[in-house]
Design a protein around this ligand. Sequence first.
Ligand code: GDP
Ligand code: MN
Length: 396
Amino acid sequence: MNLHEYQGKEILSSFGVRVQRGIVAPNANEAVLAAKQLTAETGTKWYVIKAQIHAGGRGKGGGVKLAKNLGEVEEIAGKIIGMHLVTPQTSKEGKKVHQVLVAEDVYYPGPSETSEFYMSVLLNRAIGRNMIMYSTEGGMDIEAVAEHTPHLIFTEEIDPSVGLMPFQARRIAFNLGLEGNAFKEMTKFVTALYTAYVESDASLFEINPVLKTSDDKIMAVDAKVTIDDNALYRHRNYEDLRDLREENPIEIEAKAVGLNYVDLDGNVGCMVNGAGLAMATMDLIKQAGGEPANFLDVGGTADAARVEAAFKIILKDPNVKAILINIFGGIVRCDRVAQGVIDAYKNMGTINVPIIVRLQGTNADIAKKLIDDSGLNVLSATEFQEAADKVQQVLS
Ligand code: GDP
Ligand code: MN
């Protein structure tokens, strides 16, 4: 589950990570009230108005703006809320902004220069450990830093049995070129950040930038936080943080009927049982010259009702030009699935895209006969390659 910046910052703050303070507002009037409250609490003179959408690069798209008085807060918030913000990480249509974070200005002048760092906490699957990735090159596109100046990106791997050790926190502060109070602040910052990551069952924290203020405080100015869905049952209070407006509507619907569905950009819809077979099927489609339109695992019980639900979900995607059903009948018999496909097809009336069904396993022969005799616009196959060839045939 992805969170908005303001939600991520609330979680960080609850674990003692210093963050740029802010108050979320759904309209320009409330943005002004939020700004007044911020000044009362922090003494800030200026404000940053930040669009809250699930995508980064908002600054580049015009979704992060400095306001120097309450009039500007009202004007900027009014402009940003309701706009379709296009950033390097959104589609061409952009994402509609429903709310802004009114934040204190933390780039104020002072005894030293401000500096921006990059920091993320994530799981390194190759070594089975969490790691902290960080760089002196904050506030920019980290992919570009990785490409052009990879020596400026550091990593710290964490042994799960002992957690982040104090010497590691110090090494991070050292590599970032800090000294004095800023050095101490950074060790506190990373220690709290790592605790927050573990305790919240996050799968990603990306803080870009981490700011050293002109008076040597270290704080999170941005926060991209992803919580592991499989751990949400341990954090019932996070469930409210889900913003369905930010999620794919077809995926939400699929989830509601218990299907494992991920929307993709291609033209061949797939209906498969088992995640491994679903992955193999996507490869198969690519090899046949198509592009998968989705990942869909119908799970163990591929009965008529489930097959119909899956059909409906796949057909919601207007890019789908063919559907490949690839089901292995182990526990569920192939003839049952075939009957399910036929019943679902008939129930749905007209389906305007060709369907290729590959059923393999128990009673595959009976299943093939059922499909072939059904008189419907459905092609059957028993072998993987045969199915691939038929997909190619209907696409060309
Ligand atoms: P992103 O563009 O979606 O990554 O959004 P960020 O939260 O990272 O903000 C983008 C940029 O806005 C930052 O890199 C900063 O340069 C700038 N910014 C953020 N907060 C402040 C602030 O308090 N004052 C000023 N002057 N600039 C800020
Ligand atoms: Mn950022």
